[in-house]
Write a protein that binds this ligand. Sequence first.
Ligand code: SAH
Ligand code: SF4
Ligand code: F3S
Length: 463
Amino acid sequence: MTETAVQTAERKLYIESYGCAMNFSDSEIIASIMGEHGFATTQDEFEADVIFLNTCAIRDNAEQRIRERLKHLRSNKKQNRDLIIGVLGCMAERLKDKLLEEEKLVDVVAGPDSYRELPKLVAEVDEGGRAINVLLSREETYGDLNPVRLNSNGVTAFISIMRGCDNMCSFCVVPFTRGRERSRDPESILREARELAAAGYKEITLLGQNVDSYLWFGGGPKKEFKNLTEEEKASSVDFADLLEMTALAVPELRIRYSTSHPRDITEKVVHTMAKYKNVCNYIHLPAQSGNSRVLEVMNRNYTREWYMDKVSMIRNILPDCGISCDIIAGFCTETEEEHKDTLSLMAWSRFDFSYMYKYSERPGTPAAKKLTDDVHEDVKGRRLQEIIALQNEVSKAKNQEYIGKVVEVLVEAESKRSTEEWMGRNDQNVVTVFPKEHYQKGDLVKVLVESASTTTLRGKAVV
Ligand code: SAH
Ligand code: SF4
Ligand code: F3S
C-alpha cells in the first residue's frame, strides 16, 4: 500500500453513474481502485468525503443533467468544505480542462482510461490543488481488477469485455470519449464470471460497444483477423468463441450480451446462442435508421436490406429470439420519405422494444463537422412521437402473444408496484411480474403469462 492509502484511510466515497451499462460497470472498477486506497463506498451522499459523478456525453440533455446536478452539489460543499467533487467518464473526456474552467466546484476531472490514477488525483486535491487526467489508452482494459458490485441486486451483473470503439458513426461521440477499441483477455473475463457464480450471482451480461468485433490475440489495440500473424490467428478468440467459453465455464449462469452491430454480427454467434441453453435468446441490434441513404450519411456501413437480412438470419436460426433496437429520429438531411422508411423497417422487424432518440448534435463528431443539423426541432419531435407510437403498438402486440404461454423468469427484485410481487425477465429480456408465494430472489421460475402491457408481462408461477 502507498502513502495515499494511509492518508485517506476510512474516507467515504459516493459514486453516481449516468449513461450506458459500460459506465455503470466502470463505476465498479472505480470503487475497486479507490477501495484499495482506503475509500469505502457509501450510499449516502451527505456522509461522503468524495463525490464522483460518472458522466455520459451521448446527447446534449445527458450533459445538461450533470450541469444541474453540479448546481445542487454546491449545497453539499457548503455543508462540508473539505468535500471533493470529481467529474469522471465521457463528459469529462469530452470537455477536458474546459470543465475545470466552467465548473468551479469541480476538483477532479478524469477520463475513462485514467481511473487507476484517481487516488493520486484525489491526493493532489488534498494538497490544495485541482487535478485532471484525460489521457486515453490503447491498452487499458482494467482486466486484472476485481470490480466492487455497487447497488447490486445480487442476482445480475455486468462484465466489460472490451473498451472503446473504432466505428466512427458520424453522429456519435463515443469514439472520442472512450478512445480506440481494445479487447480484454478472455481468461480474466472467465475468472470474473466464475467469481460471480461463486458469489451467488445468476446472470451476467457481457458488455462492449460492438461485441461482434471482440478479438483477443494477446492484447493491445484492435487488429482485423486478416491482419494477424499465423500464430496469432491460431490462438485468437473471437466473440462467438468467448461466448462459448463463458457458457461452458459457468453453465449455472444465464448469459446475455450487448451491443451487437448489424454490420458485424455473424451466424457463428447466433449458432453459439442456439447451442447453449444458458445463453439467453435476446439480441440488441441497433438499426438507427431504416433508410440506406441516411445509414450511409451516418457511416453505419450497412444498408436497409443488409439489416433486414441479419434479422432474417437471426429469426431462421433462433425463431424465438427477442430483438431490440435503437433509433435516431431527425438525423441531418433526413426527409419525410426517409423517416417513413424507418417506420416501415420497424413494422417489418417487429422489435420487442426500442430505445428511441431525437438526434442531438455533438461537437467534434463527423456529423457536427460536415453536416448541418437541419431537421427542425418540431419535426424531430413529431417523427420521434410517430416512432414511439409504432414501437408501443408492436411491443404490446408482441407481449400479448405470450398470454397463455409459460416463460422462464429469473427473479431480480421486488416489483416496483407491490411488495407482494417479484419482478424478473424472461429469456427474451421482457420484464415479467408475478406473486411472490414462496419464491426467492435469484430463483428461476416458470411463469404462466395471464396478461401483457407494452412493457410488462403478468402471470403466476406454475410447477
Ligand atoms: N455502440 C452502440 C450504441 C452506443 S450509444 C451501437 O453502435 O449501437 C447508444 C445509442 O445512443 C445509439 O445506438 C444511438 O441510437 C444513440 N445516439 C448516439 N449518438 C446520438 C446522438 N448524437 N443523438 C441522438 N442519439 C444518439
Ligand atoms: Fe457510437 Fe457507432 Fe461506436 Fe456505437 S458503434 S459506440 S454508435 S461509433
Ligand atoms: Fe454515454 Fe459514454 Fe456510454 S457517452 S452512452 S456513458 S460510452
